[in-house]
Design a binder for this molecule. Structure first.
Ligand SMILES: [Cu+2]
Length: 393
């Protein structure tokens, strides 16, 4: 039996939020946004007894790596417990002095990727530490109702909350902060987004329904940042989040980002931080973008099986060169590496990849296959031969 929270109770909650926001140092606009999020009606249903289900605590790890998990569930549904703290901090986003007043889930951009199976219950403890200045929440695109959980999780600095939702649809999904009004895009482009992968209980399948396995998962979260510049063309730096807001908003509303990056920073996945693998290994690339469209491409490789929208109840597409990730979604691409070398995994808007930062490297070890590719002739000067129309030497 469902009953709606009474208007009076909603007002009480709203008043409490407004009061708390006024006490906190957050600017008035943030308090206003928080009220907007709390205004949606939240239904309170009959208690669900899940006491017979096993509980599993899963430690989250920073991307590009993902928490330990089974590809095929060895038992029935469980309650999977995760915990994340919101960390507000200033971070470098390139090596040229651009500093972002970042908002993060658990200190990383993107937030950690959760993994569970269809039918599991996700139980997240979300902590907003007292040293923070803003209200935050979490909207899971994989969850049903209550603004994806956003309506039930708005926490002031110094508060924590626990949300449970049932993982009913298998796939890769974005989660992000959505505290209401203009706070939503600001928090997202400040770093507050991540992904969850809900695997079918019997694992991934190819387009014919045959089981497929991966050797490793790399989680790539793409973000665009808006770091304003001053009159001299230097990146502006701010005392705190509140003082960065108006200049950042002006740039955001122009829709031209200063940076488009993987995993929070230009070069986060290149050089010493490059992803690593071996010939013969099958890698699942999960790629999320919470705000803006993108188009991953593995230079020198392919997507053997691609769940472009990330939803595993749909058959994967095969042999793709580039795939499309809609802003506000996460997709998955499976590839078995066949040649050694350095592969660039890019957003194939090449301006964004090369000039703005959206490039990762994958270094693959192993033996070269001359059947797949060979240099028949190394670059060689050919002098007059070409212009005279004679055969090449
Ligand atoms: Cu937030």
């Amino acid at each position: 039996m469902m009953t709606l929270v009474k208007e009076k109770e909603m007002i009480t909650r709203r008043t409490a939020l407004m009061g708390a926001a006024a006490v906190a140092t957050a600017p008035a606009i943030m308090a206003k946004a928080a009220v907007a999020a709390s205004e949606s009606l939240v239904a309170v249903g009959a208690t669900v007894d899940l006491s017979s289900l096993p509980r599993k605590k899963v430690e989250l790890v920073p991307p590009p790596f993902v928490c330990e998990h089974e590809q095929v569930a060895s038992d029935g549904p469980s309650i999977i417990e995760y915990e994340m703290s919101v960390i507000e901090k200033e971070v470098p986003v390139d090596d040229d002095g651009a500093m972002l007043q970042a908002m993060t889930f658990d200190g990383s951009i993107p937030g950690p990727m959760m993994v569970c199976h269809e039918g599991d219950y996700v139980e997240l403890t979300l902590i907003n530490p007292p040293e923070n200045t803003l209200q935050h929440n979490i909207d899971f695109h994989s969850a049903t109702g209550g603004l994806g959980g956003g309506a039930l999780t708005l926490v002031n600095p110094g508060e924590k909350t626990v949300l449970r939702f049932k993982a009913t649809r298998p796939g890769t999904f974005v989660y992000h902060c959505a505290p209401g009004g203009p706070m939503i895009p600001w928090h997202v482009v400040s770093g507050m987004a991540g992904a969850i992968m809900i695997l079918p209980r019997d694992g991934l399948k190819d387009e014919k329904g045959n089981p497929v396995k991966y050797d490793k998962v790399f989680y790539i979260g793409e973000n665009e940042f808006f770091i304003p510049k001053d009159k001299n063309g230097d990146y502006m730096r701010f005392e705190d989040h509140g003082s960065s807001y108006s200049d950042t908003l002006e740039l955001m509303n122009g829709l031209i980002p200063s940076h488009v990056v993987f995993n929070g920073k230009v070069g986060a996945l290149t050089g010493d931080n490059a992803l690593k693998g071996k010939v013969g290994e099958t890698v699942l690339f999960v790629h999320s973008q919470a705000n803006r469209d993108t188009r991953p491409h593995l230079i020198g490789g392919h997507g053997d099986l691609v769940w472009e929208t990330g939803k595993f109840n749909n058959p994967p597409q095969k042999d793709l060169e580039t795939w499309f990730i809609r802003g506000g979604s996460a997709g998955a691409a499976l590839y078995t590496f066949l040649q050694p070398g350095v592969y660039a995994y890019v957003n194939h808007n090449l301006i964004e990849a090369v000039n703005l930062g959206a490039t990762a490297h994958v270094i693959i070890e192993g033996d070269w296959d001359n059947d797949l590719m060979a240099q028949v002739m190394a670059p060689t000067a050919y002098g007059e031969a070409h212009s005279s129309g004679k055969a090449l030497p």
